[in-house]
Ligand binder design. Structure first.
Ligand code: PA5
Length: 420
């Protein structure tokens, strides 16, 4: 169950939101009918299609083999090709049987050397994820890692190399030539929309995540968002609110949580909204802050600085851990904590922060029941669907990213890539 609450002092907000929901409802209607305009990018919309039973079976079988023989699994990918998997793997407690490492998201030799040190003497599997296999960062790291695997495992190396790419790509050809396992990156799903495809699911399954629960969470959210009318639809409400605040002059959406388990999920969310909406000189800048830590840093700006942001809190209802702040060794003047649990203190801090921040800026609270696979699935689908609606309301194409091409041209020129 996911719930959206609004804490905004503006007395007119309810009417403005109702007007907004009324104004843009054809956008919600059209996507539910099967939007024609972007049909080549909507493969993520129906969970049963992008994460159907046969693909789940294949992914799980591959993951079981990796979990049986492997100690380390290196995910080589950047942006949408690794963010979803990393948010769940780093966000949930796994059995630690296979350590997941990340490469292909930097050109720093220091970082890649660190990965190489970590795989020394271990049984390694690698998965290069690249939609068109032209991106430099994963391409360069994949070279280094597969060379090491070939040197280490000889003729057995191919069994440990998996690549996820589009059909007909140079990556698929490389897999055919070298005998690597090839997984399909669906043509009609962009990187940042690919959580529920083999892109996100194989690394998660290799880490021991229950991918079926995750997919179920997404499928249930899909059902809810397709069924609920415009007035009550939480994803549509969130999309309308984001645009309403943008129209009122806010320029930043700050996503926060008192649960550090969301640290990597925040990165996924930032990429999703920044690449989908930040174009044509428009869009909210998505940023995140992890509380309590940031209350002692950017908290000052949020409460007192330039009024350019609104805040979305991500809150988990059910307690998932417990620790008492017991005393006993000397007078420390913290006796008011006697008998209190850290969970309770964390919640008190959350409620206090909402009370303080809502005096200055609009606050939205997105609540989920529990932090587990099912709810991660719900969150992925909720934000993907909202992001699509929000970009449409804003009037930009949610699925392209022309702005990231400029740096690539200069970089390829500097590195002497031919055929530019
Ligand atoms: O969301 C996107 O489309 C991008 O962030 C891509 O995922 C990212 O640029 C990596 O692209 P590729 O998988 O083609 O290497």
């Amino acid at each position: 169950m996911l719930n959206l609450r609004i804490e905004d002092k503006d007395q007119n907000l309810a009417q403005q939101l109702a007007d907004s929901k009324n104004k843009y409802q054809t956008i919600l209607h059209n996507i539910r009918q099967g939007e024609e305009q972007y049909k080549e990018s909507l493969g993520w919309l129906h969970t049963a299609q992008c994460a159907g039973e046969s693909s789940l079976e294949r992914i799980q079988a591959l993951a079981d083999k990796i979990r049986k023989d492997g100690e380390v699994f290196v995910v080589i990918g950047v942006g949408g090709s690794n963010n979803a998997a990393r948010s769940v793997i780093e966000g949930l407690d796994t059995d630690g049987r296979v350590k997941i490492l990340y490469a292909g998201n930097t050109l720093s030799p220091h970082s890649l050397n660190q990965v190489l040190r970590e795989i020394e003497g271990k049984s390694v599997y690698i998965n290069c994820i690249a939609k068109n296999f032209e991106t430099l960062e994963p391409g360069a790291s994949f070279r280094v890692l597969r060379k090491i695997l070939h040197e280490r495992y000889g003729s057995q190396a191919a069994e440990r190399i998996i690549a996820t790419g589009t059909k007909g790509s140079s990556l698929e050809r490389l897999c055919k030539t070298m005998g690597y396992t090839f997984l399909e990156f669906p043509e009609d799903v962009g990187g940042r929309f690919s959580a529920m495809t083999s892109v996100g699911l194989l690394p998660m399954a290799a880490a021991g995540i229950d991918i079926r629960r995750l997919v179920k969470g997404a499928a249930d959210m899909e059902k809810q968002l397709f069924a609920e009318p415009a007035e009550k639809n939480p994803a549509y409400e969130y999309a309308c609110l984001r645009n309403l605040y943008y129209q009122k002059g806010y320029r930043v959406e700050l996503l926060t949580s008192f649960e550090p388990q969301f640290q990597w999920f925040f990165k996924w969310w930032i990429q999703l909204f920044a690449e989908s909406e930040g174009k044509e000189n428009k869009g909210l800048l998505p940023v995140s802050a992890q509380y309590c830590e940031e209350l002692h840093a950017v908290g000052q700006f949020i409460q007192d600085g330039t009024p350019l942001l609104f805040e979305t809190f991500l809150d988990v209802r059910e307690q998932n851990s417990s620790l008492k702040a017991e005393s006993g060794y000397g007078e420390d003047f913290f006796d008011y904590l006697n008998g209190k649990d850290f969970w309770e203190m964390n919640k008190a801090s959350f409620h206090a922060t909402v009370k303080a921040h809502r005096e200055k800026l609009p606050c939205l609270i997105l609540e989920i029941d529990r932090l587990d696979e099912y709810h991660f699935g719900q969150l992925f689908y909720f934000f993907l669907f909202s992001c699509y609606l929000s970009a449409e309301i804003l009037g930009v194409n949610p699925f392209d990213q022309p702005g990231v091409e400029a740096y690539k041209r200069w970089m390829f020129e500097a590195l002497g890539k031919h055929g530019l």
